[in-house]
Write a protein that binds this ligand. Structure first.
Ligand code: GAR
Length: 217
C-alpha cells in the first residue's frame, strides 16, 4: 500500500475529491484508507463510497463531551494506522489531547490568508474589511484553532463585484491545487515540522508558508 492517509470531512468533500482524482491520475502516491465524517449527510461520503474508500460516520451530537467524541474519533482513525491525517472541511474544534496525538502529522486547509480570519465566514469578512486580496492556507494543526505553522498559501484578487459565494468558488479552485500539493510534499518526506516550524526540503518556510505561484512541484 502506498502512503496511507485518513481524511476527515463535514460537508461537500470537494477537497477530498481533488485528492482522490490526483491519486487516480497517478499524480499523488497515497492510499486514502478511510474517510470519516461527523455528519451522516455529508456529500463527501458519497464521493468516498464511489471511489471504494471505507467510510465512517461519528455524529458528535451523540457524544456527551468533546473529549469523548475526539477519543472515539482517534480510535477510528488509528485502526488504519495512517501516516497523515487530512482535515478537509472538518468543522470541529479539536481537543488538545487529539491535536497532540497527531502533532506533525495532521494538516488542515483554511479559506483565508492566515493569520487573518481564523474561524468562520472568512470570505464575507475579507469583503467587509475592503481587502484587495484573499486566499487560502494549508497548515499543520496545532492545539490553537487555525494557528499551526503555515505550509503553503494561494492568493486571489477581490473584485468590486465579488460576493462571499463568488470568492468561495475562486478559493475552492485554489484549494484543489494547493492541498494535494502539500499532501504530496508530506508523503514524499519533503515536508516536516520542527519546534512548530514547517520545513520544506529541510529549509524553514516563511511565516506565511510557500507562495503557491513560486513553489516548485
Ligand atoms: C473549504 O473551503 C475549506 O477551506 C473549509 O471548508 C471548505 C470545505 O470544502 N475549511 C474550513 O473552513 C476549516 N476552518 P469541501 O468540503 O468542498 O472540501
Amino acid at each position: 500500500m502506498s502512503f496511507p492517509i485518513v481524511v476527515l470531512i463535514s460537508g461537500s468533500g470537494s477537497n477530498l475529491q481533488a485528492l482522490i482524482d490526483q491519486s487516480l491520475q497517478g499524480k499523488l502516491d497515497i492510499t486514502i484508507s478511510a474517510v470519516v465524517s461527523n455528519k451522516a449527510d455529508a456529500f463527501g461520503l458519497e464521493r468516498a463510497r464511489k471511489a471504494g474508500i471505507p467510510t465512517h460516520v461519528l455524529d458528535h451530537k451523540s457524544f456527551g463531551s468533546r473529549e469523548e467524541f475526539d477519543q472515539s474519533l482517534q480510535e477510528v482513525i488509528d485502526q488504519y494506522q495512517p501516516k497523515l491525517v487530512v482535515l478537509a472541511g472538518f468543522m470541529r474544534i479539536l481537543t488538545d489531547s487529539f491535536t497532540r496525538h497527531y502533532e506533525g502529522r495532521m494538516l488542515n486547509i483554511h479559506p483565508s490568508l492566515l493569520p487573518k480570519y481564523k474561524g468562520l465566514d472568512t470570505h464575507q469578512r475579507a469583503i467587509d474589511a475592503n481587502d484587495k486580496e484573499h486566499g487560502v492556507s494549508v497548515h499543520f494543526v496545532s492545539a490553537e484553532l487555525d494557528a499551526g505553522s503555515v505550509i503553503v498559501q494561494a492568493r486571489t484578487q477581490i473584485e468590486a463585484t465579488d460576493t462571499a459565494d463568488s470568492l468561495a468558488e475562486k478559493i475552492h479552485k485554489l484549494e484543489h491545487v494547493i492541498y494535494p500539493l502539500a499532501v504530496k510534499w508530506f508523503s514524499e518526506g519533503r515536508l516536516t515540522v520542527n519546534n512548530g516550524k514547517a520545513l520544506l526540503d529541510g529549509q524553514p518556510l516563511p511565516e506565511s508558508g510557500a507562495d503557491y505561484k513560486e513553489v516548485p512541484e
